[in-house]
Design a protein around this ligand. Structure first.
Ligand code: SF4
Length: 263
């Protein structure tokens, strides 16, 4: 039997057979793209790289395991608050085995100044057990494996993959989500959409530090309440309707913790 030719097929809404019409499929929402050209994106990150050649994350850690623990503890807490608690903790527990040697109660004594500490202590003990059981006590460099660990979501996994393993991942936090949408660099309704667009547009050579540059830019310059545009080195490129100047701040290298200042 020959296959029906395309024109023989009944098309929804185009037959007189009296059969029930197939419902129209809603069009998939169009993914919003960056409003910047590749050359503009390149220039934005080139300037960030001049301003901070070696940006550092603010969470203190000594290896991949302590980074993972610090990121898990940092949910809904400040980096400074986490550092205060982990400085003493990581001196005695910088591997999953040593962490397990502490009881949940003992661990709690170190981290009880951090919000949600009871739940976080449970997760840190459970993720240490899982690392020993499933990964020979090592932190896996694979997102699918990382998100199986207790207390580890996509954002935490992306931070660890980027910082500990140099992978080209983008952990979208509140600052990066805001910048992506405010200036149209990577518009999206969800962190995943912003993440996908940033990973698509940021040149490879800048992916290693892009996450930190964007966080620092959001924390100190393109701030939530009111962007400090006169202190912004990309003010001439920025296409945000919220910007207050098109004159970029001088492009000079800053000390690690230095906050950019307006002229
Ligand atoms: S010019 Fe203003 S709105 Fe644009 S990125 Fe800089 S601080 Fe943000």
């Amino acid at each position: 039997m020959s296959k029906p030719k395309p024109k023989d097929r009944a098309l929804p809404g185009n037959d007189n057979s009296g059969a029930a019409k197939a419902p129209r499929r809603a069009a998939a929402p169009r993914r919003r793209r960056s409003v910047y050209t590749p050359a503009e994106v390149h220039e934005i990150f080139r300037r960030f790289s001049v301003q901070r050649p070696e940006p550092k994350g603010e969470l203190e850690h000594v290896n991949a395991f302590t980074l993972l623990v610090a990121v898990v503890l940092s949910a809904q807490a400040t980096d400074a608050g986490v550092n205060k608690a982990t400085r003493a903790l990581f001196k005695i527990a910088d591997t999953p085995q040593k962490m397990l040697a502490l009881s949940e109660e003992e661990l709690g004594r170190y981290i009880r100044t951090i919000g949600l500490w009871r739940n976080k202590a449970k997760n840190v003990i459970a993720l240490s057990q899982a690392l020993i059981r499933d990964h020979d006590g090592k932190v896996p460099d694979d997102r699918e494996e990382l998100v199986k660990l207790p207390g580890v979501g996509r954002k935490t996994a992306n931070v660890v993959l980027n910082m500990a393993f140099g992978k080209h991942t983008m952990a979208v936090d509140t600052h990066i989500f805001r910048i992506g949408n405010r200036i149209g660099l990577a518009p999206g309704k969800t962190p995943e959409q912003v993440e996908a667009e940033l990973v698509r547009i940021i040149p490879d050579e800048y992916m290693r530090h892009a996450h930190h540059w964007l966080i620092l830019h959001g924390r100190y310059v393109c701030k939530a309440r009111k962007p400090d545009c006169p202190a912004c080195v990309i003010a001439d490129i920025c296409k945000s309707p919220e910007k207050t100047t098109s004159i970029p701040a001088p492009l000079v290298e800053l000390a690690p913790q230095e906050i950019p200042q307006a002229l």
